[in-house]
Design a protein around this ligand. Structure first.
Ligand code: NAD
Length: 292
């Protein structure tokens, strides 16, 4: 069994970006600039946004955080996005999800300038990605693709099971893996909450992507020998032995599954770090198109 080390791979991605930013600054160009919008004070969202901003700083990107209270009016958010859309100093706009219930997520996401849609959630990005055209790819599936590439994992002709069909993880992941592309060409089965016989489907999979948000869901009896297992899940589980009062658990019963796998991602230290690296890559790509 080999660990797919998100720390190592994301560091390599960030080091490359850092060098590219340094070269830009040397030639008197401005640094790429990410704008992050955070609504409310959800602990996990706070942590994710803080980490994205810290990572921007580490590699020399500029970042701006726009914070709003939990009861902000939708219109105020939309006005902020309109301003950021036309602000030439901003390359990428990310809106940390989930948003409070009174705000329609699609109204906010769909207003983002597709050229600045570094999270890849805008329908234009989704459409282009689905057609195999150059586009921003949602950061988590993109990060997983970077990981598969780094470890040169054979995917062509393999059976892949993606558990979860969300627009930000499961769905785009299933599309990418099925496409005629490097690290694609899988035969993909998308499983979800209504799927029957999920265990049998998983047992046929050479590659399993677990993205459902249920800690320890994928157990050893559901995984075939030498499978590649990618754990996307991030759930906070109460843990009094930790200072924070919680620990982070993935969707895979890592302890029992790992020994059966050829490759597996740990949680933490796997897909989460790759997601941030992919977001930074998208922001750099956005910057390059704005320079033209
Ligand atoms: P979501 O709640 O939007 O979607 C969950 C999906 O799982 C749904 O499509 C649902 O049909 C499916 N599902 C639920 N129960 C199931 C079951 N018993 N069997 C089969 N399928 C089932 O979640 P999401 O936004 O896609 O996130 C999934 C998980 O990934 C969460 O833990 C989230 O925190 C995590 N996540 C991690 C990263 C990262 O960077 N590592 C990024 C995004 C999300």
């Amino acid at each position: 069994m080999q660990l797919l080390d998100g720390k190592k791979v994301s560091q390599a991605v960030k080091l490359e970006l850092k060098g590219q930013v340094a070269a830009l600054i040397d030639s008197n160009k401005r640094a790429p600039h990410l704008a992050a919008i955070l609504v409310g004070s959800n602990g996990a969202s706070e942590t994710y946004v803080a980490s994205k901003i810290k990572n921007c700083e580490e590699i020399g990107f500029k970042s701006s955080l726009f914070r709003f209270s939990e009861n902000v009016e939708e219109n105020e958010l939309l006005e902020t996005i309109k301003k950021l859309n036309v602000d030439e100093s901003i390359d990428g706009i990310l809106v940390q999800l989930p948003l409070p219930k009174h705000i329609k997520e699609s109204s906010v996401i769909n207003l983002i300038n597709p050229n600045k849609d570094v999270d890849g959630f805008h329908p234009v990005s989704t459409g282009k990605m689905t057609l195999g055209l150059p586009s921003f790819i949602p950061a988590t599936p993109y990060g997983i693709m970077l990981m598969l590439e780094h470890y040169n994992i054979e995917t062509s002709g393999k059976n892949a099971v993606v558990i979860g069909r969300s627009n930000i993880v499961g769905r785009p992941m299933s599309i990418l893996l099925s496409q005629d592309r490097e690290y694609g060409n899988c035969t993909v089965t998308v499983c979800h909450s209504r799927t029957k016989n999920l265990k049998e489907k998983c047992l046929e999979a050479d590659i399993v992507i677990a993205a459902l948000g249920k800690p320890g869901f994928l157990t050893a009896d559901m995984v075939k020998e030498n499978a590649v297992v990618i754990d996307v899940g991030i759930t906070r589980v109460a843990d009094q032995t930790k200072k924070t009062g919680f620990s982070i658990k993935g969707d895979v019963d890592f302890e029992n599954v790992a020994s059966k796998c050829s490759f597996i991602t740990p949680v933490p230290g796997g897909v989460g770090l790759m997601t941030i690296a992919a977001l930074l890559k998208n922001t750099y790509e956005a910057y390059l198109t704005h320079l033209k």
